[in-house]
Design a protein around this ligand. Structure first.
Ligand code: ZN
Length: 387
């Protein structure tokens, strides 16, 4: 539908004339009344075309609807540039706190002239300011996950910048024991600090959060590759040399990162939805001698086992019984009373309890099938079977 055709309709001409009589409108606000027509056109161009078609005379000094808001777009852009100075970004979005007085006048005008083809002022302003800023800064508009959000407060005349986090993901291997995944006062360092501190420093961020695809215990190594995302809060810099950063992290000798790269916020949710099977190697100590015939009972553990929440985590987790699948289990005798177990298990299986039985809270267990107390002396995650 072409604008000229629509404006030639008598009912539309009457509506627009009525609106102009009730409220002197700038070209932007006039054009917005018929924004659904000729959508490739800007509102002010549309407004000029309508004004010309109706021979309505020049626009008013000050718009009776927006009070000159649209005409002042460049001054808003100047203030936004000031708010954005010092922050590196590639994509941006504009959001507005509407001026309730403008909204009220707009509602009244829509009552008179109809709103079926109109665009709300706030939406039009956000797009206009976003376009101006992207032109000036060489940025790209992105409404779904921008690097920065420019927030314009129309009533106060103020512009602030919302700095979105920087996300970087990859996979880590934990090469040493005695390291928790997230910052924990009782421990000198953590996977979060070993990986997140250098990334946060390079990005000039204020702080960081760590999102892991599950976690291993403090005393467990993770030799398989565990997916993770680091979220840097208020980063000044987004151009980061990820390969150099991975090299710096890996020099710690405690953790190794692979495939480190920038990622999107959506990766955090994707990570939390993965529930991969894992393979473990466990060093198991037996309290008494067990002959090879009895050791063969370990094969009975393959299949479904039932685990009550381990007594060691009861303070933090609800007490539930969870069925868990043991997919495979192989063993090798290392010493008379020491075994090496290789276990592949469903996500969420507690391996230490699979060995000890946790006082009967995990059934069956190594302790139960061998008929002698068994303890997990060392545990490593060998593989995380993602996809
Ligand atoms: Zn206006």
């Amino acid at each position: 539908m072409r604008l000229e055709e629509v404006v030639s309709r008598l009912d539309v001409r009457e509506r627009v004339r009525g609106a102009l009589r009730a409220c002197p409108l700038c070209d932007h606000c006039l054009g917005r009344l018929l924004a659904a027509v000729d959508t490739g056109m800007t509102n002010d161009h549309r407004g000029r075309t309508i004004r010309c078609a109706l021979a309505a005379g020049p626009p008013p000094e000050t718009c009776g609807l927006c009070g000159g808001l649209f005409a002042a777009a460049d001054s808003w852009a100047d203030r936004a540039m000031k708010a954005l100075a010092g922050w590196q970004f590639h994509t941006l979005a504009v959001a507005s706190h509407a001026d309730p007085q403008i909204t009220e006048r707009e509602q009244a005008l829509w009552q008179l002239a109809g709103r079926d083809m109109a665009e709300p002022y706030k939406q039009a302003f956000n797009r206009l300011l976003g376009t101006r800023l992207c032109e000036r800064l060489g940025a790209t508009p992105d409404l779904s996950s921008p690097d920065v959000i420019v927030i314009a407060d129309h009533a106060a005349g103020a512009v602030t910048a919302g700095i979105e986090p920087l996300f970087a993901g990859g996979r880590y291997r934990k090469l040493a024991r005695g390291i928790p995944q997230c910052r924990w006062r009782r421990w000198p360092t953590s996977i979060q600090q070993l990986i997140g501190d250098p990334i946060c420093r390079a990005a000039g961020g204020e702080d960081h959060l760590f999102h892991g695809c599950g976690r291993e215990d403090v005393d467990v190594r993770c030799l398989g590759e565990r997916p993770f995302v680091v979220e840097v809060i208020r980063p000044r810099i987004r151009h980061v040399d990820w390969a150099a950063l991975a090299g710096e992290i890996n020099r710690s000798g405690k953790v190794e990162v692979l495939g480190l790269a920038r990622c999107s916020r959506a990766e955090v949710a994707r990570l939390k939805e993965l529930h991969p099977e894992k393979s473990y190697r466990a060093l198991v100590r037996l309290a008494a001698d067990v002959d090879d015939v009895h050791l063969a009972h370990l094969a009975d553990l393959v299949g479904i086992i039932h685990q009550e929440t381990p007594s060691r985590v009861l303070r933090r987790r609800a007490d539930l019984v969870r069925p868990r699948r043991i997919i495979s289990l192989d063993w090798r005798r290392i010493l008379a009373r020491t075994l090496e177990l290789s276990v592949r298990a469903q996500a969420g299986t507690y391996i230490k309890e699979l060995v000890s039985g946790d006082g009967g809270r995990t059934r069956p267990s190594v302790t139960e099938v061998l008929g002698t107390p068994a303890e997990c002396a060392e545990l490593d995650v060998i593989a995380i079977h993602v996809g």
